[in-house]
Design a protein. Structure first.
Length: 144
């Protein structure tokens, strides 16, 4: 039987740990922006596969309302927005310390601005970033 412990996942943005996750099954999400390639089939039925050179990706993080993690990310976002010339692109490192999955990404920027939502329940802040290069190494995991 496979095992997973969300407390055993390390997420770093520019070397700073993030760990104040909202509730839910998708608080850390990394995905490639493009498929690995495309297959084209000609009129005669033969085909060609063209690999994509696009290794860019998107990462979405959901942080608890009023978290120091959101304050840190917002300061980076404000810096990017106010002075792109001096902004240092984001570096991301995600490690599942129990199962050895690793996601790394470089040359990142914030895209979607966070929403401000308040009400009778908890409202996480969602941070969306894009990266020029995203690498994913998914392992078999413990217990498999």
């Amino acid at each position: 039987m496979a095992s997973f412990d969300p407390k055993q996942v390390s997420v770093l943005i520019n070397g700073v740990p993030l760990d104040d996750w909202a509730d839910g099954a998708d608080v850390i999400q990394a995905e490639y922006n493009a498929d690995a390639g495309a297959l084209t089939v000609g009129a005669n039925g033969t085909s060609i596969f063209v690999a994509s050179a696009d290794d860019s990706g998107q990462v979405t993080l959901k942080i608890k309302q009023h978290s120091p993690n959101s304050k840190y990310l917002n300061a980076l976002r404000v810096q990017q927005q106010s002075n792109l010339k001096t902004f240092t692109p984001l570096e991301l490192n995600i490690r599942d310390l129990l199962n050895d999955d690793v996601v790394t990404a470089s040359k990142g920027y914030f895209t979607t601005r966070p929403k401000y939502t308040r009400g009778a329940g908890h409202n996480p802040t969602e941070w969306v970033m894009v990266f020029e290069t995203l690498n994913m190494n998914l392992e078999k995991g413990i217990g498999n």
